[in-house]
Design a protein around this ligand. Sequence first.
Ligand SMILES: [Zn+2]
Length: 80
Amino acid sequence: MEQAYFCPNCRGNRTRFGVISQTIHEVQKDPVNGEVLALTEEQPFVGMSGAAVRDVKCLSCGFVGQETMFINHAARYPRT
Ligand SMILES: [Zn+2]
């Protein structure tokens, strides 16, 4: 479900953001020389909560923070 964002830093932007999606790929490395012996394809990184871990950048002031900060700020100060 998509949720509204509100920048907690500049408090002026609700519309323009950069979403930074993290990915994970697993590697097996040689313990001596660090050579990569095997790796898996990149997948979306899912955190302990089971939700994708995303950071958000405010394209107005440049602030970068966890997506939940932007969602929580929008919920606290909903646009009427
Ligand atoms: Zn901002």
